[in-house]
Design a protein around this ligand. Structure first.
Ligand code: SAH
Ligand code: F3S
Length: 484
């Protein structure tokens, strides 16, 4: 999901200590994987705050350690296993500490975790976080606790997330859970269950609350945001059985997006992830109509070969994807577009790989998130196909894709040089304490001198120079969005 589909290679993010409210127990929570996991950890922290836990960033002090896990590729699971070893070492010093596994790995491995990893006391799947208080009682009574039931209607819409580890400027708001797409390589439909949408009123309340707290940007999150459909609750696939009134008053993603944009006209609105098969022109028109909806779309394609797309059970051809790109560019000429790509899916030939590279040349993506195919147990590809592309071929093709993406990113950043762009300041630049780092609406990173500005400010910045991924500029003045 999202431009920031956070790669498992990066370090898991430990959530910072939040203001204590008289709670005495300490929770250490780490998140790996996609933004949905980071967002879910905020829900977990909220549920546990009611149980007397405040978060801590010191593992050694924790009464409870939770790791929110990712199963998307084997490497992601290996990273979590390493962390479990670390917790094990700490638990030896602090035997009272309890350890729980949350999220996709919990769902995939279920109680096997308790057997395999003796250190784990608690296994909780993505739809079972409201059961945490009961599960903790079990654990505190000396019993192992597991709840990996998937739900048909849980969206956590009624829980106000505790914002953790963020910059106070940008926040995630989840709008759908699960995925019904069954791409043959993907474990998500098995670990996160069927797709369901969250009540729009609860989404808007959360966005308004963030606005009041001074947040300047929100990202609406879902595995497949364009397929958002609210008709009164329940699974997306059950919509056909909804009452006539529910069907007539249903709300789709374009309508939700407009509702959110109108509710907070000074906030930047982003969304992730878009699936090409579900993206409609209505969404593009909503983006064109509202200045505060950022012109940026994360539009994973996975492969440029129609044959491979079919094997992946993606519901579009190479040509249909290209037509969608043309439509995006005709309605939103300055829209940033990014991709997810997989190298070495079973049966991928050199010609299929060349098709991927030529599709990339056609789109010239602004950014990309690129991966070698990793066979996931239980998926259709694992059951029906042989993982037959040798590791070194996958690696070489991935490298080709990365090199091509770098060239396209460099081309895209160059187009900004000499222009003036609106930047929302997020944080200090990693490379210089004298500079701020922020993003354009197209999601390109901009760095510039701090001057009198602060994180959360919207600043017009003249772009003087660029690297392949970053724009370097001079701030001119606060933007209209700030002063309106
Ligand atoms: N819902 C999003 C993707 C979720 S997973 C969508 O519509 O595409 C994020 C990315 O991980 C995917 O886009 C895909 O590129 C990658 N991915 C998923 N399963 C994978 C696997 N088995 N091997 C390698 N990459 C995978
Ligand atoms: Fe996975 Fe495809 Fe859904 S990549 S998350 S099954 S859209």
């Amino acid at each position: 999901m999202n431009p920031k589909v956070i790669d498992e290679n990066r370090q898991g993010t430990t959530l910072k200590t939040i203001a204590t409210s008289g709670n005495t127990k300490k929770l250490f929570i780490e998140s790996y994987g996609c933004q949905m996991n980071f967002s879910d950890s905020e829900i977990v922290a909220s549920i546990l705050a009611q149980q007397g836990y405040d978060t801590t960033d010191a593992l050694e002090d924790a009464d409870l350690v939770l790791v929110n896990t990712c199963s998307i590729r084997d490497k992601a699971e290996q990273t979590v296993r390493k962390r479990l070893e670390k917790y094990n070492a700490v638990k030896k010093i602090n035997p009272g500490m309890k350890v729980g596994v949350l999220g996709c790995m919990a769902e995939r491995l279920k109680s096997k975790f308790l057997e395999e990893e003796k250190i784990v006391d608690l296994v909780v799947g993505p739809d079972a976080y409201k059961d945490l208080p009961n599960l903790l009682s079990e654990v505190n009574a000396g019993r192992d606790a597991v709840n990996v039931l998937l739900s048909k209607d849980e969206t956590y819409g009624d829980i106000a997330p505790v914002r953790l580890g963020g910059n106070g400027v940008s926040a995630f708001v989840s709008i759908t859970r699960g995925c019904d797409n069954m791409c043959t390589f993907c474990v998500v439909p098995f670990t996160r269950g069927r797709e369901r949408s969250r009540d729009p009123q609860s989404i808007v309340s959360e966005v308004n609350d963030l606005g009041q707290k001074g947040y300047k940007e929100i990202t609406l999150l879902g595995q497949n945001v364009d397929s958002y459909l609210w008709y009164g609750g329940g699974l997306k696939k059950d919509f056909k059985n909804a009452s006539a009134i529910e069907q007539a008053s249903a709300m789709d993603f374009a309508q939700l997006l407009e509702m959110v944009a109108r509710a907070q006209p000074k906030m930047r609105i982003r969304f992730s992830t878009s699936n090409p098969q579900d993206m409609t022109a209505d969404v593009l028109y909503a983006m064109a109509k509202h200045d505060n909806i950022c012109n940026y779309i994360h539009l994973p394609v996975q492969s440029g070969s129609t044959r491979i797309l079919k094997e992946m059970n993606r519901q579009h051809t190479r040509e249909e994807y290209m037509t969608l790109i043309d439509t995006v560019r005709s309605i939103l000429p300055d829209c940033g577009i990014s991709q997810d790509m997989i190298s070495g899916f079973p049966t991928e030939t050199e010609q299929d790989h060349q098709d991927t590279l030529s599709l990339m040349d056609y789109v010239q993506y602004d950014f990309g998130f690129m991966f070698m195919y990793s066979e996931r147990p239980g998926t259709m590809a694992a059951r029906k196909m042989t993982d037959d592309v040798p590791e070194e071929v996958k690696k070489r093709r991935l490298n080709d894709i990365i090199i091509r993406q770098r060239a396209h990113s460099a081309y895209r950043t160059k187009q900004f040089v000499g222009k003036t762009v609106e930047v929302l300041i997020e944080k200090e630049s990693k490379k210089s304490a004298a500079h701020w780092s922020g993003r354009t609406p197209q999601n390109t990173v901009v760095v510039f001198e701090k001057d009198q500005y602060q994180p959360g400010d919207f600043v017009m910045v003249h772009i003087d120079d660029c690297t392949s991924a970053t724009l370097i500029g001079t701030p001119l003045h606060y933007s209209k969005t700030q002063n309106d």
